[in-house]
Design a protein around this ligand. Sequence first.
Ligand code: ATP
Ligand code: MG
Length: 649
Amino acid sequence: MSNTAHDDDWVKRPADASDGTTCTAADYERMYAESVDDADGFWAEQAARLDWIEKPTRIAGWSYDPVDIKWFEDGKLNICHNAVDRHVDAGNGDRVALIFEPDSPDGEGRTITYAELKAEVVRMANTLKKLGVKKGDRVTIYMPMIPEGAFAMLACARIGAIHSVIFGGFSPDAIAGRVEDCRSDWIVTADQGLRGSKVVPLKANVDAALEKASAKAVLVVRHTGGDVAMTEGRDHWYQELSADVGEECPCEPMNAEDPLFILYTSGSTGSPKGVLHTTGGYSVWTETTFRYVFDYRPGEIYWCTADIGWVTGHSYIVYGPLQNGATSLMFEGVPNYPDHDRFWAVCEKHKVNIFYTAPTAIRALMREGEGHVAKHDLSSLRLLGSVGEPINPEAWRWYHDHVGGGRTPVVDTWWQTETGGIMITTLPGAHDMKPGSAGRPFFGICPQLVDNDGHVLDGATEGNLCITRSWPGQARTVYGDHERFIQTYFSTYPGKYFTGDGCRRDADGYYWITGRVDDVINVSGHRMGTAEVESALVLHPKVSEAAVVGYPHDIKGQGIYCYVTLNAGEESSDDFAGELRQWVRKEIGPIATPDHLHFTPGLPKTRSGKIMRRILRKIAENEFGSLGDTSTLADPTIVDSLIEGRQNR
Ligand code: ATP
Ligand code: MG
């Protein structure tokens, strides 16, 4: 067993975690049991916190064989009403809904109350209506991280249009493909975006995309004021078109199963899938998970650093927090501009209480040293979260000790675009933590580990992670391709939802995500998750990041190929390579000794910051002729330099 992840490496939850509203250990056990034994009763009760136009009487109505997923199917509601109007109606219109922190610390920020948010959303909704958008129409949103991005999402939800948000870093080709895939006739964008002082030519990218795809209208929010071309008849300035729209726009009554949004997955494992979420189940799931996982208390400042272009931004910048009446911070910039302390400067400035980010950001900032953290007063922080990838215990510790001052719980939340919200996590007042383990299943979630033949594995074990019962936030289909939905998620192990992730369950019932199932390697008959070797590598003080893949090996079956990025200022050498091999042997054992160490200044990552291992696998296999879809890579040039430096020739 490795030194890097210990089953008995407990970090206690704070003794004073409970303020009387928090879910305690006893609450969790009781509620989890209820959620499984009486799913209908449990979810009817959770759903009752929301306003319904018609209360649902049918709660769980799903089947995995054949695949047909429905929740609350005879209910009617509108998520925009629950995220916005409801709070104003309850007399909380003066509460701050959104805090906008601009790219530059000298830029102009904004605070938007719930009453102001309602007015803004109504304005956007009426502007969309003016352009002809109706219930059921698809609207593409390609925006920087500015409040208008959230207004546009909520405005679509308000009028029953289906939004498809595309991350503002994507290329014209990626936009064109997604616009065509869901046949979206409207695009909401901005003149330009700003990221780390660099200008992102959003409108120009849309123009280029529309040479390949078609749209009836483009609505352009003036943000930087930069020069952009406007096509007569097709393009409209938001500020102008919205000037004379009405101040009323009722929320469209939506059936619980009416589509809410389409979101394309990040494309780590194949071409992106247009995952479809519907209204009722997604509302209940994001409201409930946000409430319990982040243990939100009125008045607190919550900051999720994701982009609204990812599901994390949908569920935990916009819909989850706002349905709970929380104050959600939106940050336009990047962690390292103007310096590596920007996150901590923003936490200090806004007295952030709950902070939620990704391991890739934590590792990048850790690499720059804790001096950047120490400069700031982070005493407001009460809870930290992580999402997107397995977090190696080393980074977990750094996050907990330096950012959280050793006081704050860390919730490591495992979930997927397809799951709509958090599935496995510890709850801050209920569970002690183990660095590197996501923890326990959320209410209603029944994880199951199976071997490659689908046999159920009991107790402490390791296998392929499936979920045996539906939950309200589950995706209903892949837009326009239900067959692909069934094939991808339900055909490997019939009757179960297969996540594609590998996972270990320990004797305490804690789950440890080991990475994608494709990333498990088998060395001389020993199966190991590549994440384990990566954790060992990054534990070395000179190593910043590592990605490990298997490749065919004559004797061992599979060999271990490690891509390694060193900390700023460190140099690789043959001696160092030898030292690192020894290090891994010591951490995990001789079986995990790297066969190839490939030092590289960077790794191929998706725009959401995830390492695209399928490319690394091809290069390690010396088969780099067919790398597949690389359109979602952040920096495609890194691929050529990796091929150039390949070790297995
Ligand atoms: P694609 O499905 O197109 O390959 P993707 O899987 O990267 O893209 P997402 O839905 O954004 O797209 O990511 C979900 C995946 O991220 C999970 O299946 C898991 O592999 C990983 N993940 C997310 N959170 C965690 C976590 N806390 N611990 C471990 N892995 C995580
Ligand atoms: Mg996925």
